[in-house]
Design a protein. Structure first.
Length: 262
């Protein structure tokens, strides 16, 4: 629900189009619809609170009324509160509670699932914060106080989900390292979400061999599906994708192969 999305450039910005798109994604096999009104691409400016509410709440309400399980993608407790009142069952907070002090308590009081992502700052500054000693160890260390804060706020066992934050204050090699060491994040005993879909590190991997130009976002879905299979084989709870069908097809093959292997 943003006009400046890195992936689709506002193709679903109108509420009716967004709802129709969401229902199409469910028909393709999506279990959860993630609705957000703030672009988090590098350099993106934050919309005012009232604009974010205007973008998000009607779509959440209509999708929930249609029977969808909805996640609200927001860093603002007020947006999350109104989305939960409209029927959302998950709060997907890319700031891990750092952008709004009221968020963790709200999630606990609402008794909804809470996705806590590794985060080092808003989109306007995150590309200046990509320095790590050991990215895997550093991400785990920086998530630890967020997990402790979430539990202290009262977010119940099983409702706290972790996201390593691919692409957020991380360069391509950082993302690959985190994907290769997802097991390190299981020390917290929380389900994991991986959100690699169409991100720039995939575009760089698939860059034109002559010009070096990264593959455009819409050309990254097969690579996204490959990451989804990789995550599935490592026990990840959820993958967040833009194009559902290729991932569903890839996961069907992976599930069949692993069933056969057993």
């Amino acid at each position: 629900m943003t006009p400046d999305s890195f992936s689709d450039g506002g193709s679903w910005f109108e509420p009716a189009k967004a709802v129709a798109r969401g229902l199409d994604l469910i028909a393709e096999g999506a279990d959860i619809l993630d609705v957000g009104g703030e672009s988090t691409r590098p350099g993106a400016e934050r919309p005012p609170l009232q604009e974010e509410l205007r973008r998000v709440i009607p779509v959440v309400r209509d999708l929930c009324a249609a029977g969808a399980t909805v996640s609200v993608d927001t860093m603002r407790a007020e947006v999350a509160e109104q989305a939960v009142a409209a029927g959302a069952r998950i709060i997907n907070d890319v700031s891990g509670g750092l952008a709004d002090d009221a968020m963790l308590r709200l999630a606990a009081d609402a008794d909804v699932a809470y996705i806590c992502m590794h985060w080092r700052g808003h989109s306007t500054v995150m590309e200046q914060r990509t320095h790590y000693g050991d990215v895997v160890a550093d991400v785990v260390a920086e998530l630890r106080p967020r997990v402790e804060a979430a539990r202290a706020a009262g977010i119940s066992e099983g409702r706290l989900i972790l996201d390593p934050g691919l692409g957020f204050a991380k360069d391509a090699e950082h993302n690959w390292a985190l994907l290769n060491h997802l097991e390190e994040l299981y020390e917290f005993g929380c389900p994991l979400l991986v959100a690699a879909s169409r991100k720039r590190f995939l575009g760089l991997l698939l860059a034109d061999p002559v010009s070096g130009e990264p593959r455009a976002p819409e050309g990254r879905d097969v690579a996204t599906a490959a990451v989804s299979v990789f995550a599935y084989l490592r026990g990840v709870w959820c993958v967040r994708v833009h194009d559902v069908r290729p991932t569903m097809d890839a996961l069907a093959v992976a599930a069949r192969m692993t069933d056969h292997a057993r």
